[in-house]
Design a protein around this ligand. Structure first.
Ligand code: AMP
Length: 449
């Protein structure tokens, strides 16, 4: 069968690479893809933008595509799944209505509150009903978020109330366009973050391997927020006990609540969590798609056929499948372009991809383009080098060995991806019995949402 992957970043390279490994798949089309998908065997780029729904529909029909998987949020929020399904085509992702969980933070906070799912205390405001006196009576630090899609940049952790007021004013004045027409102001939460990603079929869920990403640009979580500078899987902060709590207290009531509210959720569902010092998981945000860069290390560990899992979800039978994982850890280091995350420079020539390809591990492309036989940068996040190893520290070593092969002008990356997990490994080494409580992602069965 033919599979179509919509999108052109690192996540989509990983999705295409994984689907192309399936014995059931004759060809994977990627729209628009990048220089990495372009060189995978059995993968073909098609020059159609991820948001051009009419042309994507026409492509899927013409090529008799049996399964379409949507990578980024923009086409989901625009209703691509509704359009494909309306045309009788199999398309894995949430409907436009369900995708509001990501498209509107105000909507998603109201949803969480209505269904008693743990999330930071909040209020949302439009320019018209903004209550400055209320904000002045709060305590800093406090978090100000543009409600709409702002590519991970619309969140300000204000260290003082005057900074929070300035952030709110900035958002209302149109800094994030329509995304800031409504804002959410919420309590600042302490703890360690984790990404909890599941596949859902409307009723049942199949949890994927746990992961953690690094949003800040610089080592030690300093510098501005980015789309993500690296990620690894599994995330030892999610112990078996916390995993069970997340499924019971967050994922199950979310899937049930969405079905109850008339927008059953099918697709990848990403819960960004804060794990409190006492192990209590709280929802920071939902994304209506697989994470980037989490997809790259997670799929590097997936042993099962991804196309079969997606098809099981589309057949509402996720409870009948299981996901098998490589027991090794995987760790991905993002290589970003000069100027990222602000004024990104493109067109820098990338050297060393061939020598990286001879090493163990895998370099996934994101913002890359082929120009006159050379691969050049063409976006903020350029590559993601993924290593595997028995422990996170081994995976990290393999990933940085790949990074050391690669060079381009202005290349930026963090040297400390995985540091929290590696600190835990070192602490475990120091304890006589080690630590048997980490959630190993052995096999996940589908189960009731
Ligand atoms: P979001 O897009 O809502 O996940 O926010 C982006 C990042 O801001 C998160 O990954 C956290 O690092 C941080 N963040 C968001 N909300 C909070 C919060 N309530 N408390 C602490 N940090 C937060």
């Amino acid at each position: 069968m033919k599979v179509l992957i919509v999108g052109g970043g690192g996540r989509e390279h990983a999705l295409a690479w994984k689907c192309a490994q399936s014995p059931r798949v004759s060809e994977v089309l990627v729209a628009p893809g990048n220089a990495g998908t372009d060189t995978e065997s059995r993968v073909r780029n098609v020059d159609i933008a991820a948001t051009d729904v009419p042309r994507l529909l026409e492509l899927a029909r013409r090529e008799a595509v049996a399964l379409t998987i949507i990578g980024p949020e923009a086409p989901l929020v625009a209703g691509i799944v509704d359009a494909f399904q309306g045309a009788g085509l199999r398309c894995f992702g949430p409907s436009r209505l369900a995708a509001r969980l990501e498209a509107s933070k105000a909507f998603s906070k109201d949803f969480l509150q209505r269904h008693g799912i743990p999330t930071a205390a909040y209020r949302s405001f439009t320019r018209e009903n903004y209550d400055r006196a209320w904000l002045r009576a709060q305590r800093a630090p406090i978090v100000v978020k543009a409600s709409g899609l702002a590519a991970g940049k619309g969140v300000i952790i204000a260290q003082s109330l005057s900074e929070a007021e300035a952030a709110a004013a900035d958002m209302f004045s149109g800094r994030f366009g329509d995304a800031g027409a409504e804002i959410v102001i919420e309590q600042f939460l302490q703890g360690e973050e984790a990404s909890f990603i599941v596949m859902a079929d409307g009723e049942q869920v199949l949890p994927l391997a746990t992961s953690q990403d690094h949003k800040r640009l610089q080592d030690g979580d300093a510098g501005p927020n980015t789309g993500g500078m690296g990620a690894y899987s599994p995330a030892p902060v999610v112990t078996s006990a916390i995993h069970a709590r997340v499924m019971r207290e967050i994922i199950a009531p979310t899937i049930r609540g969405l079905a109850h509210d008339g927008m059953p959720y099918t697709g990848f569902l990403y819960a960004g969590l804060m794990i409190g010092p006492d192990g209590t998981p709280t929802v920071l945000e939902f994304n209506c798609r697989f994470g980037d860069p989490e997809t790259q290390p997670i799929l590097a560990r997936l042993r099962s056929d991804l196309t079969s899992l997606c098809e099981a979800a589309l057949d509402a039978s996720l409870d009948r499948v299981e996901a098998q994982w490589d027991q090794r850890a995987a760790l991905g280091v993002v290589l970003a372009a000069a100027g990222y995350p602000d004024a990104v420079r493109s067109g820098d020539s990338i050297e060393g991809l061939e020598s990286a390809a001879r090493r163990p591990g895998k370099v996934f492309h994101a913002g890359t383009r082929r120009v006159a036989g050379r691969v050049v940068t063409s976006g903020g996040r350029v590559l993601c080098a993924v290593g595997l190893g028995d422990r996170v520290s081994d995976a990290q070593r393999e990933a940085y060995a790949l990074v050391d092969c690669i060079h381009y002008e202005g290349m930026q990356f963090r040297r400390d991806i995985g540091y929290q997990a590696i600190a835990r490994e070192l602490a475990d080494d120091a304890t006589p019995q080690g630590d048997a409580t980490h959630h190993g992602d052995a096999t996940h069965h589908g189960g009731h949402g």
